[in-house]
Design a protein around this ligand. Structure first.
Ligand code: ZN
Ligand code: ZN
Length: 637
């Protein structure tokens, strides 16, 4: 691996020509000398760069390779290495900017593209019947021969969820840590493509060469084990892509985030920091996951002889470990409920990310053999998802678990924005069943996986990027993160709030927007990918709002006379038994319309259908002020 690292270092021959020695190994430089954060110095350098006459990219490269062109401008001689224009790298997001979810970022340099993450988003209320939302892969399909690999930061759905859909179209190597790929494998198996995929397990500190770039994995803390940030070494400079991270000084498993490496990269010079923005509105520092363990300890004591049911995210292996440890401490058995929870714990156990003493886990089918005080049930549904195990328990609809007043229920997660309503619905229903429910911030039963302001400042301070691009958040989050960076001295014109599909380009000296690529959302409904478009959605909305009327009529093919019907069938429009008069009248309207059409010699079924639609629509609107969808069905006999 050391060799690999050296290879990565040699990716940047420019660095070695430094006259300031700022690229030497920085571990000896800590606190030495008067070096100010580079971000403070950039504005002047940038102004100088702007004062140069505009050059074509070809001229820029020529000037850079000679290393002389810029010297003639005089005042920048000492900083030449930093000012050389290099082969530009383009930064593109196909998802994850201006939204929570479906993160996917591309780095493109010369003839190479690398993809970082490939996540999914969940549909909003407007997207009726849609299961998932995935990114638009058009740009990648058009440039498939350039793609060198997919690099995964961690195993959350918003980072790996749509990878099966991409790999089905473009089969390129995938790199990720053990647990990340373990979770991915389950998905690929479901899609029946596992055998065809090239998965490569990496460890933190590994460097993977990808065309003219190389990707270094850096250990971070997050709400899932095995999460990494990436340092992408490009000919233009180093891009630090934080991925999702927090700084946990007392992690449950593994080490503290590799702060030293971020500092080291910062000392050598980071060109761009792509920083996640999820928790930027929260001041201070995230609570350590270990704190949550302490809360469990006191809650388990408080539960006394009751059965304990805890809902959390299936992927939060550290949380699950803490629950299991507390259960062992209190001599309770643990049962797992919910498909994703069962899958995630099985994968984690198999790969060694969970430590469960023998005899602790029991099958959910056998919980009847134990008394309440002997049991802990870990379940999905912490977001109030309608089909989840906890939600079913709250509706007394769970086949294995019936909630009683002797249940002590802990929801160990904060609702994701937008889920507050469903969560409180579930809490209410559980309380109606007599259970005691602990949720949200009543206790420290949850710690976020995303950096708060102090941690974000630390990341900015360590990496001291020349350019800063806030990512992973809605617009308000990215804006706030930009302000945070400014407060630390990053020049406003070195901060870029981008959007999906926008192309940012930097040559090591300047950074600018240079165009757009196709980007957006593709809706997945069952097995259909992208076949639910705006028209289908509009129809679904229409159906949901006003219901459906089907008119069935059989016509004689020769004479055009009505043989049977018209019959009118209504769904979701009015309750037919209470609207018999109206339905009879509607039938009459339909019959009159058909007779009028056929009497007038109209034989084009399409025209008759149109006419039927119009007449019935007018009639129903006049009676109800509603516009149901009307489907005429004409049979020829
Ligand atoms: Zn994320
Ligand atoms: Zn995450």
């Amino acid at each position: 691996m050391a060799q690999q690292e050296k290879k990565a270092a040699s990716q940047q021959p420019e660095d070695k020509s430094s006259t300031e020695g700022r690229h030497r190994r920085p571990s000896y430089r800590r606190g030495s000398g008067p070096r100010k954060p580079s971000t403070k110095r950039e504005p002047q350098a940038d102004a100088a760069a702007h004062s140069q006459p505009a050059q074509s990219p070809a001229q820029e490269t020529a000037a850079a390779s000679q290393g002389k062109g810029q010297r003639s401008t005089g005042r920048r001689t000492t900083r030449t290495p930093r000012q050389q224009r290099k082969t530009p790298v383009r930064i593109i997001s196909l998802g994850g900017l201006g939204e929570i979810g479906k993160n996917i970022y591309l780095y493109e340099c010369s003839n190479d593209i690398i993809i970082v993450d490939c996540g999914l988003a969940f549909p909003d209320d407007e997207m009726l019947g849609v299961d998932l939302v995935i990114p638009d892969f058009t740009y990648l399909e058009r440039n498939r021969e350039k793609i060198r690999g997919i690099f995964l930061t961690h195993g959350h759905e918003d980072h790996i969820g749509s990878l099966p859909y991409l790999l089905k179209r473009i089969n390129v190597p995938v790199y990720g840590t053990q647990l990340t790929l373990g979770l991915l494998e389950g998905k690929l198996r479901e899609h029946n493509i596992l055998g065809a995929c090239h998965l490569n397990v990496v460890k933190p500190k590994d460097v993977v060469k990808a065309g003219c770039m190389s990707v270094e994995f850096i250990h971070v803390n997050h709400s899932i084990p095995d999460a990494c940030a990436l340092a992408i070494h490009t000919p233009a400079g180093v891009i630090v892509h934080t991925g999702d991270f927090k700084v946990d000084y007392s992690p449950i498993q593994g080490e503290i985030i590799d702060l030293a490496r971020f500092g080291e990269l910062g000392s050598k010079g980071v060109l761009v920091l792509m920083g996640e923005s999820t928790n930027v509105e929260r001041p201070g520092h995230t609570t350590s996951e270990r704190k949550v363990g302490e809360s469990f300890e006191s809650l388990f004591n408080r539960a006394e002889k009751k059965r304990i049911i805890i809902a959390t995210f299936a992927s939060n292996i550290h949380r699950i470990q803490q629950i299991i440890s507390a259960a062992v401490q209190h001599k309770r058995k643990v049962a797992i409920s919910g498909r994703s929870m069962v899958n995630a714990t099985a994968t984690a156990l198999e790969l060694g990310y969970l430590d469960i003493p023998d005899g602790t886990l029991v099958d959910i089918d056998t919980i009847g053999r134990y008394s309440d005080e002997q049991m802990v049930i870990i379940t999905t549904g912490s977001q109030g998802e309608p089909m989840s195990a906890l939600s079913r328990m709250s509706m007394s609809d769970h086949r294995k678990v019936s909630v009683t007043p002797n249940d002590f229920i802990i929801i160990s997660a904060t609702p994701i924005p937008g889920n507050e309503k469903t969560v409180s619905h579930v809490v209410n229903e559980l309380m109606k069943l007599g259970a005691e429910v602990i949720y949200e911030r009543m206790y420290e039963v949850h710690s976020s996986g995303h950096a708060c302001q102090d941690e974000l400042k630390l990341m900015l301070g360590l990496t001291r990027p020349k350019f800063f691009v806030p990512v992973h958040g809605e617009f308000k989050h990215m804006k706030k993160h930009a302000e945070l960076a400014m407060s630390l001295g990053v020049a406003p014109d070195h901060i870029f709030i981008s959007d999906v599909g926008k192309v940012l380009e930097t040559d090591g000296v300047d950074m600018k927007f240079v165009g757009t690529v196709p980007a957006g959302q593709i809706l997945v409904d069952g097995l259909g990918v992208g076949d639910v478009g705006s028209i289908v959605l509009r129809d679904r909305k229409h159906l949901a709002q006003d219901g459906l009327i089907v008119v069935v009529v059989a016509l004689d093919a020769e004479s055009g006379l009505v043989v049977a019907g018209p019959d009118i069938i209504s769904r979701g429009f009015v309750y037919v038994r209470e609207a018999e008069t109206m339905m009879n009248e509607a039938r009459k309207v339909a019959r009159d319309t058909i007779e009028e059409c056929c009497g007038g010699g109209m034989r084009e079924w399409t025209n008759i259908k149109m006419k039927l639609k119009d007449e019935l629509s007018d009639y129903f609107y006049s009676q109800t002020k509603r516009s149901p969808m009307i489907l005429p069905v004409i049979q020829q006999v």
